[in-house]
Structures are given as C-alpha cells and as structure tokens.
Design a binder for this molecule. Structure first.
Ligand code: MN
Ligand code: MN
Length: 456
C-alpha cells in the first residue's frame, strides 16, 4: 500500500522525534516490560503499583482519613482496583485531572469446583473471562495466577509457570488428522467454552485405588496446605506463561500477554508518580472488570470514585458538584492499529497506525455510536492544544469500519458523572489474543500525553 492512501500524512514517531527521544522511548519500554511481567492479573497490578508508588512517597489512604494540600495518597479498593491521588495547590473547584486505565485482561478463570479426572488425565474446569477468541488459547503454555483464601482467612498467593523451572499448564487442541468436521464449523463455534479445560496432571501414586485427581490434590495439600473445598473461595486464572519479549529485528515492538490495558495503566501510573510538581489535583484510577462490563465493586461502575471525590471535596471545603463539573478525564485504553493482513476491517482515512503516537478517539461503541461516551468538540480542541504545546506525537483513531463490530471502554462510566472525558491510548495489533503487539514509541507518547494532561 502506498502511504498516501491514508488521509493524513501520518508520520511515524521515528520521523518526527529525535534519535534521543526514541532512545528514551526504548528505555521506558524496559520499565514497562518489568511492570507487566510482575503484573499479570489485576491483583498483581495493584500490588506492583503500590510498591512503585510507595517508593515515590505515596501513603495509604482509608476512607475518613484527613486529606491536605500536598498529600500523595493511594486508596486500595479490595486489592483489585487502585486510586492514586495528589492534592495540588490550585483550588479544588478548578477540577481534578483524572487518568483511568484498566488492569484486568482477557484470560481463563477456574470454576469454583474445578478439579476432575478423565482418560488418565486430571484437569481444571474453567470459565473464560472477557471477549477472547477461544481457538487462540489452545495448545499454549499457561501459567496459573491468583489467590486462595482458606476458610480461616489465610491467603495463599499463587503464581506457577513463570520461572524457567516451573511447570506450565495446557489446554488440549484437536489434531488436524481428526479435525475434518471441526474445520468446517464457524471459527467462533469451533471450540466450545466447556472444552477449555486445563491439563494439570497424569500420574497416580502406587496405591491400587489411587487416582490422578487424588494425587494432584495431595500435591496441592503438601505444597499449599489446601484441600479441594478451598477452590470455592479462590480466584485463579490461567494466563499465557512467560515474559514480555521484544519483537522484530529492530526490537521496535513488544509481544506480550495483557497489553490491553496495562500498556495504558503503566503510563497513567508513571505519569502521576512523575507529576508531583503539578498544581492540579490529580487522580489516577487503575480499574478492574473492564473486560466484562466494568461491573461489581471493583469496576468503574462502582460508586467508589464518587465517594473519593466527595471525601477530597469535603476535606478541602469544596463543592463536589463544581469539582466534578470542572474535572477532566483521559480514559486511557488501547485501540486497534491498522493491520495490513486484515485491511478489510479498517477505514483508512480514520484508523490509527502503529508507531504514529498516542491515539485519541472521540467515541467508541457500535452500530450507530451506541453505548459510548462522545467527547465534545470543545474538549478535543483543548486537548489538541495542550498536546501540541508539549510536542506530543498523536493521531486520531477508531476501532474499525462502521458496522464491522465495536467495543467500549471505561470512558462512559466516568463521563456520566458530568466529567469531560476522552479515550486516549496505545494502538495495538491482535487485541485480546494471548500475545498482543504494541510499538515502543507509542507507549512513550502515551506516557508523555498523560504527563502533559496532568500538567496543563
Ligand atoms: Mn481495554
Ligand atoms: Mn479489552
């Protein structure tokens, strides 16, 4: 394809930025890779964010605590959703700068009674989480992450399959020799959800009556002190095993599990940690449950964000309604990058391109702009101005062609509280696949865009 098929002469960051700036982007990508290797679930992302924030002087806040100008605080909502905020010198009624990203990603969750045995093998029953394409998750090394809370309240953290000498887990696939019928079924129906069973063992001990399931349960009891019933109060997920890897001879991209949306969560987090000099009051939200509709008490539909804004307003003697009316939000989430292998689903004049910087999107949704925030022209004009002022490399984007499908983000759940909101984030290849692809320079421009937003 010739370049001028795209309406804007979108130039890559490599062409617009200095080699030193590209070097900084590559250095920043190393920090990002360490973050996602340590944060494969929302719980791990919260732990890692608290560790990084504590090292930068943030203290834990609990509802009801005193709040003063100059404070750098975090509120940990149930270990799955984190709010970091800094209280600026500017009057709070000028509004809060909010950046919000999600830290959950599509994956395979264990059911509450997961262990069974069939055909000399033992498996976990699962229920997938989020909008994943089931056929992509077969025949891959998987790691198991999560927590088991025993009846006495003891919490056991699990992360198996990440170290070189750890065992991994696996979902069986059908051999091509016997897949004649399956091969002719629609892709979305080829793998039934109940077939996503995870292989966990195949050995019995030497007793006459012993089973594979018994020997697995014995290993778990010896190692973690758990019994079968403890799975009932557990949250365990299978995710692709292994670390984030550089992609390409030029190492310009990163191939990893769960870029969506830790590739925006990390820039939002590091931007607030690096924005201590801002006069604005800043709030960074790392949300859970976006992939399943932002519901429950750790998703963006929970009232906890309002409770926090109310507490901050009360503490500083501000009117909460005025604070919200003057607040601004970047909903930091990924969008699809143009993929020449599937060019038929992209409209070339409006899609985002890899390595052309942070994307912002006026709206998301599907079928006639339903179920979406729609940022106002006035707010977009303000955003363009501040991004240009700080030399941020940005582009506009949309998920794909009208009526090809669609998607949403947390934006609408923030906008409905009378807060100007727009989606801004990193363009992505193979969204929701076990391994997704991003460009290093786009991550860094997203970080710089959120910094500019926090400052201006
Ligand atoms: Mn997302
Ligand atoms: Mn997603």
């Amino acid at each position: 394809m010739s370049k001028n098929e795209f309406a804007y002469e979108k130039k890559t960051v490599y062409k617009k930025a200095s080699p030193e700036a590209v070097k900084k982007a590559f250095d920043y990508a190393e920090e990002y890779k360490s973050f996602i290797d340590a944060a494969k679930t929302e719980r791990e992302a919260v732990d890692e964010a608290i560790r990084l924030a504590s090292a930068r002087g943030f203290r834990e806040y609990r509802l009801g605590d005193k709040i003063s100008v100059g404070d750098k605080l975090y509120y940990n909502n149930r270990n799955k959703n984190l709010f970091l905020f800094t209280v600026g010198k500017e009057p709070l009624e000028c509004g809060i700068r909010i950046s919000a990203a999600h830290i959950d990603s599509p994956r395979i969750d264990l059911k509450q009674c997961p262990v069974y045995e069939d055909g000399g093998m033992s498996f976990f029953k699962t229920h997938y989480y989020g909008g994943l394409r089931k056929y992509q998750w077969l025949a891959l090394p998987l790691a198991l992450h999560g927590v088991i809370i025993k009846a006495d309240g003891e919490k056991i953290n699990i992360a198996i399959g990440e170290k070189d000498d750890d065992p991994v887990f696996y979902i069986n696939d059908l051999l091509p020799h016997l897949a004649h019928k399956q091969g002719r079924t629609p892709l979305d129906e080829a793998v039934d959800g109940e077939k996503l069973n995870i292989l966990i063992g195949s050995m019995t001990d030497d007793g006459e009556e012993s089973t594979v399931k018994d020997s697995i349960l014995k290993i778990l009891n010896d190692k973690y002190g758990i019994v079968e019933e403890d799975f009932i109060s557990a949250e365990l997920s299978a995710v692709p095993a292994g670390k984030a890897r550089d992609l390409g001879f030029d190492r310009s991209m990163i191939c990893a599990y769960g870029h969506d949306d830790r590739v925006c969560a990390f820039p939002a987090l590091s931007a607030i940690l690096d924005s201590a000099d801002s006069d604005h009051t800043l709030l960074c939200i790392l949300a859970d449950k976006e992939e399943t509709g932002s519901e429950g008490n750790s998703g963006m539909q929970c009232v906890v964000m309002l409770d926090l804004i109310r507490e901050i307003s009360k503490a500083l003697g501000a009117n909460e309604a005025i604070v919200r009316a003057n607040s601004k939000c970047l909903s930091a989430d990924v969008s699809a990058a143009y993929d020449p292998n599937f060019s038929e689903v992209f409209e070339k004049q409006n899609c985002a391109l890899l390595s052309c910087g942070a994307i912002f999107m006026k709206f998301t949704g599907a079928r006639g702009k339903s179920s979406t925030n729609d940022a106002s022209a006035e707010y977009i004009a303000w955003l363009r101005k501040i991004l240009d002022k700080d030399g941020i490399i940005w582009q506009t984007g949309e998920l794909g062609k009208v009526d090809c499908g669609g998607g949403g983000t947390v934006a609408k759940y923030i906008a409905k509280h009378n807060i100007d909101t727009i989606d801004l984030g990193v363009p992505l290849i193979s969204m929701h696949a076990p391994y997704e692809v991003v460009s290093k320079v786009d991550i860094y421009e997203t970080y710089r865009a959120i910094r500019a937003f926090n400052k201006n």
